[in-house]
Design a protein around this ligand. Sequence first.
Ligand code: T3D
Length: 256
Amino acid sequence: MSVLLRQTQGPILTLTLNRPETINALTSEMLSELAQALAKEATQPEVRVVILRGAGRGFSSGQDLREFEGKTLSYKGHLRHYQAVVENLVSLEKPIIAAIHGAAAGAGLSLALACDLRIASEDAVLTTGFSRIGLIPDAGMNYHLPRLVGYARAFELAVLSRRIEAQEALSLGLVNRVVPSAAFEEELGRLASELAQGPTKTYGLIKRALRYSAQATLEEMLEYEALLQEVAGRTEDHREGVQAFYEKRPPRYRGR
Ligand code: T3D
């Protein structure tokens, strides 16, 4: 069985980390499959939303701590696997939902934080985890965590590596919504379908704009918005949205 499952259902691509016996501990093989899937399957025009999730009872327990047992690890070399995944998550011009149930720890949490949206089941437990084994956060957590929760909270979470239950994760802004476990699949499907019926190209441009804002001045942002709006304004979906408004009907977006 592959360590990464790929399932396409209409416009929705689901990528499932698949090592449930370790709560989907991340290995180099799994990370390179994930980077490839994000570069290939996820970029196909018919795919309009991507879900990243874990098989079995959790999202991911982070780096497989047994992968390099007894070996001297070059972190610089090893972290390239994570860099490729995080770069592909961030640069994919489509919404990516991290569907978190059970544990999301260490680099598993880093990957979830690099997605655009996080929906958590009420049984979700998040932890930065790294400091518990004497490491600093990696796989982009130092970038995403303070941007989501602010410096002071990011520092506390990174240093103490405590367990954060779903409701606290929601109040911190680590996840977008928390759903009762019994309704998790249904709610995830609903959110993915809603996004998949949207103006996908525009969503990609929104993602680009918000990402750019993290390092831009207001003046730069105003310029960049104007540039991106030129692109959005020329999409079929923009024409359809305006036409639907005139005709007083729901728009039928085709993602281009
Ligand atoms: O070495 C490097 O490359 C450094 C890079 C580090 C990046 C990071 O991601 S650092 C953070 C690494 N992750 C952790 O420290 C989390 C370790 N795991 C846990 O704290 C707990 O397992 C969980 C909170 C995630 C879940 O707890 P629980 O009680 O639900 O499950 P469990 O019984 O602890 O785990 C189930 C099995 O998964 C168990 O295997 P066993 O004993 O039944 O054969 C456990 O050893 C295995 N497992 C869990 N996490 C990992 C793991 N195996 C390998 N690597 C793991 N990270």
